[in-house]
Ligand binder design. Structure first.
Ligand SMILES: [Zn+2]
Length: 307
């Protein structure tokens, strides 16, 4: 078994070196008659995308499509900048996410509450995407990239506007954040469950859907391609359910949200203490704070209780 990042045929893994670090945010280039970028990453790392393309004698002018799994800033923030530079690019996004591309102000405001004066350094200049550049989908569509086709699948759970894209030719499934965060060569996947959309039932359905595709590769944004598909999904599902249970039990204890958040982070860090150094980094440093995952799961349970 190997877990190399760029094995699927005609798929290039680009490391965006987010905040100068490797293996945090991946972007994918699909070669072919109509080259495409899947999840170009945050606006702040667009120069890294250009540098990666240049190594293959390409530039943004060659890109025909931007294909989005979902519109979170670490996946789609660069989209407006790409269209600004190449207005002929077509952007493919879930119907429920399109409005946040056209007017990112709400997305940016809620991110600003979380990241404050770190916004610029983290995400760069996120510019609107013109409506005319956008094609919306709900899952079930086939996207023709000039001889290469991607099949779109509705995949709620991490976000209600999430799509999984399956490339028949390479067997790669671009799964965005639906199967968590994992570093190359590690046998360990952690959930990323930020507010506001986390939906556990929908998420478990999405995991079954992904397994049903029988993909040869899971292409994670955080980070890279993995071909031990059954192991990965099972390991991720186990940890997602474990975290969800911890948050639910905490909420039932009557402690304050601040106390619960602190306790949850401590629990996750204690779990990480038994892991290797790299696994510990994957758990506690890569791609989003654990407290944000507590908030997303807490919000899910609170919404469910109010129903
Ligand atoms: Zn996300």
């Amino acid at each position: 078994m190997h877990t190399s990042s760029d094995f699927p045929y005609g798929v290039l893994t680009l490391d965006t070196h987010h905040m100068g670090r490797t293996h945090v945010v991946a972007s994918y280039v699909l070669f072919g008659d109509e080259p495409a970028i899947v999840d170009p990453g945050p606006a702040s790392t667009l120069p890294q995308i250009e540098a990666g393309l240049a190594q293959h004698d390409m530039s943004l002018a060659d890109i025909k499509h931007v294909v989005l799994t979902h519109i979170h800033l670490d996946h789609a923030g660069a989209t407006g900048g790409i269209v600004e530079r190449n207005p002929s690019v077509q952007v493919h996004v879930h119907t429920r996410g399109a409005s946040h591309l056209i007017d990112p102000s709400r997305l940016l405001n809620s991110a600003a509450q979380l990241y404050g004066d770190q916004m610029d350094a983290l995400w760069g200049r996120t510019v609107p995407v013109p409506q005319a550049a956008i094609t919306t989908l709900t899952g079930g569509e086939r996207l023709n990239l000039g001889g290469r086709t991607l099949q779109a699948y509705d995949s709620p759970g991490h976000a209600k506007h999430h799509l999984v894209w399956h490339d028949d030719e390479s067997g790669a499934a671009f799964v965005g954040d639906n199967v968590g965060v994992r570093l190359p060569l590690l046998h360990f996947a952690r959930p990323a469950t930020p507010p506001p959309d986390v939906d556990l039932e929908a998420w478990l359905g999405t995991l079954d859907m992904i397994l049903g595709l029988k993909p040869r590769w899971l292409m994670l944004t955080h980070f890279g391609g993995f071909n031990d598909v059954d192991f990965h999904v099972a390991d991720f599902r186990k940890r997602l359910l474990h975290w969800a249970d911890l948050v639910r039990d905490g909420l039932a204890s009557g402690l304050s949200e601040t106390e619960l958040g602190v306790a949850f982070v401590a629990q996750a860090e204690a779990e990480a203490a038994t892991l290797s150094e790299e696994e510990r980094a994957a758990m506690t440093q890569q791609s989003g704070a654990i407290i944000s995952s507590w908030r997303g799961l807490a919000r899910y349970w609170q919404k469910k209780a109010a129903q």
